[in-house]
Write a protein that binds this ligand. Structure first.
Ligand SMILES: NC(=O)c1ccc[n+]([C@@H]2O[C@H](COP(=O)([O-])OP(=O)(O)OC[C@H]3O[C@@H](n4cnc5c(N)ncnc54)[C@H](OP(=O)(O)O)[C@@H]3O)[C@@H](O)[C@H]2O)c1
Length: 496
């Protein structure tokens, strides 16, 4: 473990949901695990008229709510000693001058600064600009790092504008675009599985793989995010970011080493190789729908249009599925099906890789009607699991087969010791200056290019959207994306 340099970890939007539920609890856990650098100061910027003392009481209350009985009094006291409140409204230019003074004149504060923008995305440009106006982007004395949360723009054009404006004042090395969906462990699991097993490599291509499915399914609805969700929809919220990230991990070439730039170079190559979806091809490559009323367990679930704050004419999609092709030597003509939805039958994320049938129908003359294909399943959430499905012969007279599942030894084992959760690991990475789990500018841009043609067509086709009952696996019509009749959605890790 490297020694981390001390810094001031400044959170804008510290009174908001993300800060309360993720950032401050993660920083507390890191303190409990002795992982924070010595001398760190956590400066929380807010516009509520509070002081350090009131703020520490608020933080204590939130931590009690989140952590409950596991909150350790002495650790909490240590943690609170590192937490400060800076009163300021980001709308006021003066806030940033005073902040600079506050950060630079306090003799106990380290000279390295992280600025974490846990703010509405519409504020990113302004805050970055105002930090720079006060030279808080200059690295004359210590480093300066700016962290922004997804969404990185609303569409390709907006993302380019945002990027351009951030890059006017902060270098790519100073920028950290966080996407916490992929925990560091998930990424590392996929890496080890793919690149530490020679056995797989010869089969990891168009010669052996029939197609790949990447699914993120949620039982939950839109909860209290109605306004955000209705303007975003499933394609922007999940596919543009998270599912394309998973696709790059499955499809990328081995990087020359595990440096952030080497990994990100390979991910970008995949995104660049995705066959562009032309306007005329949008219908053949994409499908959207919205949940209607239904039942989940014993509960009657309201439809999307019945949800509070959703306009009754809304055609925002809560289910999206797309088909992509990666035009390179490894993957040409192998379909990648990406699917996400709310109010589906189960909650999980998984990657399902279906292999081709053996080239010869050797068992044609036996009782085996059709051999089931091999699948390789990578569970991402809630359980991290790697499972292979193979065909074995049923004991007894005659020739019959059944599917057996082989779990890689990492399945369901959490091992000993404490596991950093996704946010904890990511916060440490910023402090350490490790970009490997953060998105690079070109990565974000290429991901937008993949979905932008679909977004444009969907934006004008607003008269009608198919529906599916809450609690189902989405509409049957989503099957029209499949290339062949033999392809069907793989809904879970259980044997088919
Ligand atoms: N929440 C999540 O789980 C989550 C997940 C992924 C990404 N994100 C992203 O994280 C960011 C924050 O999300 P959130 O859910 O925490 O939003 P939120 O609950 O609405 O919090 C926004 C924060 O910004 C502050 N703010 C807004 N205008 C301000 C101003 N003029 N001066 C000072 N502070 C101001 C708010 O202060 P007040 O309390 O005073 O209003 C609040 O602390 C967003 O970009 C979101 O897309 C959030």
């Amino acid at each position: 473990m490297s020694v981390l340099e001390p810094c001031v970890f400044t959170i804008f939007g510290s009174t908001g949901h993300l800060s309360r539920t993720k950032l401050l609890p993660s920083l507390y856990h890191l303190e409990a695990e002795n992982r924070l650098p010595a001398g760190i100061a956590i400066v929380c910027v807010g516009r509520k008229p509070w002081d350090d003392e009131t703020w520490r009481k608020e933080v204590t209350r939130w931590l009690e709510e989140r952590i409950g009985n596991n909150l350790d009094a002495s650790c909490l006291a240590r943690f609170l000693g590192k937490v400060f409140y800076f009163l300021g409204d980001i709308e006021e230019v003066e806030t940033f001058r005073l902040l600079k003074e506050y950060l630079e004149k306090n003799p106990s504060f380290p000279s390295n600064f992280v600025f974490y923008l846990s703010l509405p995305p519409t504020e990113y440009k302004m805050v970055a600009q105002r930090l720079a106006l006060n030279d808080l982007n200059k690295e004359n004395n210590g480093w300066r790092r700016l962290v922004i949360e997804k969404p990185f723009g609303y569409d390709l054009e907006d993302a380019c504008t945002l990027d351009h404006s951030l890059r006017l004042n902060f270098s790519e090395q100073q920028l950290y675009r966080i996407d916490h969906y992929l925990g560091k462990e998930t990424v590392q699991n996929v890496f080890v599985f793919r690149f530490a097993n020679l056995l797989l490599e010869p089969m990891w291509n168009r010669n052996y793989i029939d197609h790949v499915q990447i699914t993120h399914a949620e039982v939950a609805g839109i909860e209290d995010r109605a306004e955000f969700y209705d303007s975003a929809g499933a394609l922007r919220d999940m596919i543009q970011s998270h599912l394309l990230q998973l696709l790059t991990l499955v499809a990328m070439e081995p990087p020359p080493n595990l440096d952030a730039e080497s990994i990100r170079d390979e991910k970008v190559k995949v995104l660049k190789s995705i066959r562009p979806i032309t306007k005329n091809a949008v219908h053949a490559h994409s499908f959207r729908a919205q949940y209607g009323r239904g039942r989940i367990g014993n509960d009657n679930i309201p439809g999307y249009l019945d949800e509070k704050s959703i306009p009754n004419q809304s055609t925002t999609e809560t289910f999206a599925a797309i088909k992509l092709y990666i035009d390179n030597w490894r993957w040409r003509n192998v379909p990648f099906y990406l699917r996400t939805g709310k109010r589906l039958a189960e909650s999980h994320s998984m990657i399902s890789i279906r292999f081709r049938h053996p080239p010869q129908q050797l068992f044609r003359e036996t009782q085996i009607q059709e051999i089931a294909p091999n699948w390789l399943l990578l569970g991402i959430q809630p359980e991290q699991c790697i499972r292979a499905e193979l065909q074995v012969r049923e004991p007894g007279i005659g020739m019959r087969t059944r599917t057996t599942q082989l779990d890689a030894s990492t399945c369901s084992t959490t091992g000993g010791g404490y596991h950093l959760d996704a946010y904890e690991a990511l916060l440490l990475d910023v402090i350490e200056g490790d970009h490997s789990q953060y998105l690079r500018s070109d990565e974000v841009n290429w991901a937008w290019r993949v979905v932008d043609p679909i977004l444009k067509v969907w934006a004008v086709e607003r008269d009608f959207i198919p529906t599916y009952p809450a609690g189902s696996w989405g509409p049957q019509e989503a099957n029209r994306l499949f290339e062949k009749e033999s392809q069907t959605w793989r809904n879970n890790l259980a044997s088919e």
